[in-house]
Design a protein around this ligand. Structure first.
Ligand SMILES: Nc1ncnc2c1ncn2[C@@H]1O[C@H](COP(=O)(O)OP(=O)(O)OP(=O)(O)O)[C@@H](O)[C@H]1O
Ligand SMILES: [Mg+2]
Ligand SMILES: [Zn+2]
Length: 509
């Protein structure tokens, strides 16, 4: 008999509907699997047949053909185990499921019939929720994930046996309806250093406040031990909350990146990600790809911060690969099987010393580098990359005398309040538009929303000209000035806002 079972496959983070077509006919026993399966899918037959034996059913003895459609999409992973099992059981009349065409199955099976979680269920749920009649059938390990998508109808089970029992009963009461994200259920304290323990460094703190308020990229340059890494690590404490939509977007990427071993430990990403890849990171680790098309650090930092400490130590070609996402907020990787696009709208943060010895900007110590070495060091950061960094901040060493008087500084919570107020202004400004923060504006929006008076605009143009800013540099200047004006709740951008924004563009090393 012929049966068609609905399921899903992942391409990057996109969930693509797949059907598993099973035809079991009388004839010489045999099993053929076609439709571009990868090794994990090909092996699924062995798992499925033993899992089925564990529920005391027999599906062998038929001439079985299985086709995975669409035939030109590469199917990978173990999520097709469950649909294949249901297909074999129904095609051989061992099981009859009322409303089979409404059900969509995903899940891995173990030899003894346990249902195991798979990655990417959030993407699948987000796609399926638009189809009001459908029911998603998943392993219980994936329940938390499915329950985030409000309105989704789903069934979850621990074993194949339990799954079969639920399906046979066809009882509407056994179908759960997802209630959506419940922040309370998952909330946890934020464990990051607080700005109140950072002595002095008012200029740096202010720059990070501006960066957090508008989502701007930043670069901290200063002597060794000046506190660059420390300040950057305090940043998560002043970042604004994510809205529900942002949480789903980010969690979805993290869900697709999970390894099969950690399925139980699912948590939605409630706090903005703060990713700190090591400088030895490879291209695939940073931008994503590889054989399994997993997202990289840049995508995992979506809606949060990608912090690259010791920037010049990164491989130059790896850094150059970040230019595209820094501009467009997404990464596309082309493969023979098609193009995969990952969202990657992150705030890029970086820290570096001004020269190999580290002291060329130090007021007290003497730099011992040869001019050539210093030049080579700075050339590791390409012009186009530097051009995309809105806030270039020099970090002067703190006077030792300041340590004696203690910090007496503002807490991160106080700074965060101002950041959140500025973000709220932006949220209202961009209602109905595709941007969420000032940094994401395109050039047309930057000009429109900067709202400068004639004299202010003249000042902006004249200064940009004097500083030889590129066209991109000019618009980025406007965006930073917009954020600075938002921080003081001002509708128009004024000359002092521009002047501060210009100061952040002055890195020459
Ligand atoms: N302003 C400060 N207030 C309090 N502690 C500080 C301050 N600056 C530096 N420190 C202390 O110095 C340590 C080193 O600072 P940090 O690692 O941030 O330096 P860095 O600028 O990143 O240096 P490098 O260039 O070598 O990476 C911090 O862990 C912190 O304990
Ligand atoms: Mg450091
Ligand atoms: Zn030096």
């Amino acid at each position: 008999m012929f049966r068609r079972i609905r399921s899903y496959c992942l391409l990057g983070i996109k969930a693509i509907p797949v059907s598993v077509e099973v035809d079991a006919a009388l004839g010489l026993p045999g099993f053929t699997l076609v439709g571009l399966p990868d090794n994990a899918v090909r092996e699924s037959r062995e798992r499925v047949v033993s899992a089925i034996r564990s529920v005391d059913k027999v599906v062998t003895g038929f001439r079985t053909t299985v086709n995975l459609s669409p035939a030109d999409l590469r199917k990978e992973g173990s999520a097709l185990d469950l649909p294949l099992a249901i297909g074999l059981l129904t095609a051989t009349d061992e099981l009859s499921v009322p409303n089979l065409e409404k059900c969509v199955f995903v899940g891995e099976l173990s030899l003894d019939g346990l249902l195991k979680g798979v990655r990417g269920v959030l993407s699948i749920a987000m796609d399926l929720v638009h189809d009001k009649d459908s029911i998603l059938v998943i392993p219980r390990e994936n329940e938390q994930e499915a329950s985030l998508v409000e309105g989704l109808r789903y069934i979850c089970a621990d074993t194949l046996k339990e799954c079969i029992e639920i399906l046979e009963q066809n009882n509407e009461e056994l179908v759960c309806r997802a209630r959506g994200l419940d922040r309370q259920k998952f909330s946890s304290g934020l464990d990051v250093p607080d700005f109140k323990n950072v002595v002095g460094m008012e200029g740096v703190k202010r720059a990070l406040e501006v960066a957090a308020a508008g989502g701007h990229n930043f670069l901290l340059v200063g002597s060794p031990g000046a506190g660059k890494t420390l300040c950057a690590r305090c940043l998560p404490g002043i970042l604004p909350e994510m809205c529900d939509e942002e949480i789903l977007e980010t969690t979805r990427i993290h869900s697709c990146a999970r390894r099969s071993g950690d399925m139980e430990s699912f948590r939605p990403v409630l706090l903005r990600p703060f990713r700190t890849p090591h400088h030895s990171a490879s291209m695939v680790a940073l931008v994503g790809g590889g054989a399994r098309l997993l997202p990289g650090e840049a995508s995992l930092a979506h809606n949060g911060v990608l912090f690259l400490d010791e920037l010049p130590e990164f491989n130059r070609s790896v850094l150059e690969a970040l230019r595209e996402p820094m501009e467009d907020g997404e990464i596309s990787v082309s493969r023979a099987s098609g193009t995969v696009v990952w969202p990657a709208r992150f705030m890029m943060g970086a820290a570096m010393n001004p020269c190999p010895c580290g002291y060329s900007m130090d007021p007290k110590k003497v730099c011992t580098c040869l001019p050539d070495a210093r030049k080579r060091y700075q050339e590791k950061i390409s012009g186009p990359l530097l051009d995309r960094i809105d806030l270039q901040v020099s970090v002067p060493p703190v006077e030792t005398s300041q340590f004696a008087c203690g910090s007496g500084a503002e807490t991160s919570a106080e700074i965060r309040q101002r950041v959140c107020a500025a973000r709220e202004i932006q949220r209202r400004r961009f209602a109905g538009l595709s941007f969420r923060c000032n940094a994401a504006m395109n050039s047309e929006a930057a000009r429109r929303f900067a709202q400068m008076e004639g004299a202010t605009e003249k000042f902006a143009v004249a200064s940009a000209d004097k500083m030889n800013l590129s066209a991109r540099g000019y618009y980025r200047l406007l965006k930073v000035a917009r954020t600075i004006a938002d921080l003081r709740h001002s509708e128009p951008v004024e000359i002092p806002d521009l002047a501060e924004a210009l100061r952040y563009r002055a890195f020459r090393g």
